[in-house]
Design a protein. Structure first.
Length: 277
């Protein structure tokens, strides 16, 4: 008979342990423990979903994550001072293969009112409002493009409507003598009208995309700190955004100057090449 514990017993013990822990947290008079119960419950639910999708997860369906890319990731429920929950992070790999199901990132946190950006812990790099500015710039560029494209579409619609009205008037007055040319022009107008219709549909998607960026900016706190001391390699299943080209943070990357600061801190903390003593 094997000395290994029965799987059913292991499952039962695990369920019992986590249920007891959550109940103790939730019934605690300390609001912090009640909050911990909620956060842990959310994470266990998300974790279960990730595990169910693990076998079918295909990283090649996602975008390629380049160095400096900002990602929004779920770090999970962590222990002690480990950074957990939903956070922004910076991809720091020089080249992450599309086929890789993991990526190395440095988590970001916001500067708390009680903290001084000039007096941070070792391994923490202040990036100022760079992440906010880059995303704000993306919103401005897309908004301007949206306005220009919408203006062109509206002008095209007016032109098509005006020309169709003119052709109808000519037909009513029996002033059309070259019907093959009329047929060709009507076909051209029909194609233009269909293209304009598709453009307008695309504008609806673009408007939703702009709204998502605006919503993200409204939730974003100013003043980012890169937690180099918590650099970590994560499964791409933990990434919430960006997954595809149309997502909020696609092509949102920090500057080379910011990456140079992170590189210097990584060298200082994790290699023997540091100039720090």
């Amino acid at each position: 008979m094997s000395g290994k514990p029965d799987t059913k017993d292991l499952i039962s013990n695990a369920i019992s342990a986590i249920t007891s822990l959550l109940n103790d947290m939730n019934t605690s008079p300390d609001p912090k423990n009640q909050k911990r119960a909620s956060l842990l419950s959310y994470w266990l639910s998300d974790y279960a979903k990730m595990l169910r999708k693990e076998d079918t997860f295909d990283p090649k369906k996602l975008i390629r994550y380049k160095r400096g890319q900002i990602v929004k990731v779920h770090l999970g429920y962590r222990i002690g001072s480990e950074e957990g929950g939903l956070h922004y992070a910076i991809v720091v790999e020089n080249s992450n293969p599309l086929s890789s199901d993991v990526v190395t990132v440095i988590p970001l946190t916001s500067l708390k009112p009680k903290h001084n950006s000039n007096n941070l812990h070792r391994g923490e790099i202040y990036l100022g409002n760079e992440v906010y500015r880059i995303l704000r710039s993306k919103l401005d560029v897309l908004s301007n493009k949206f306005d220009d494209d919408l203006t062109r579409a509206e002008l095209s619609q007016k032109h098509i409507a005006s020309r169709l009205s003119e052709l109808n008037r000519l037909l009513e007055e029996n002033r059309i003598h070259n019907f093959p040319e009329l047929r060709q022009e009507l076909d051209d107008l029909s194609n233009q009208n269909e293209n304009t219709r598709k453009d307008i549909e695309n504008f609806k998607s673009a408007r939703k995309r702009l709204s998502k960026i605006q919503s993200e900016l409204s939730r974003m706190k100013l003043g980012s700190i890169a937690l180099v001391n918590q650099i970590t390699t994560i499964s791409k299943q933990r990434i919430y955004d960006p997954l595809y080209r149309s997502d909020v943070f696609n092509e949102v990357r920090v500057s080379n100057e910011a990456l140079d600061k992170l590189d210097a801190q990584v060298i200082a903390m994790f290699t023997n090449n540091s100039k720090e003593k």
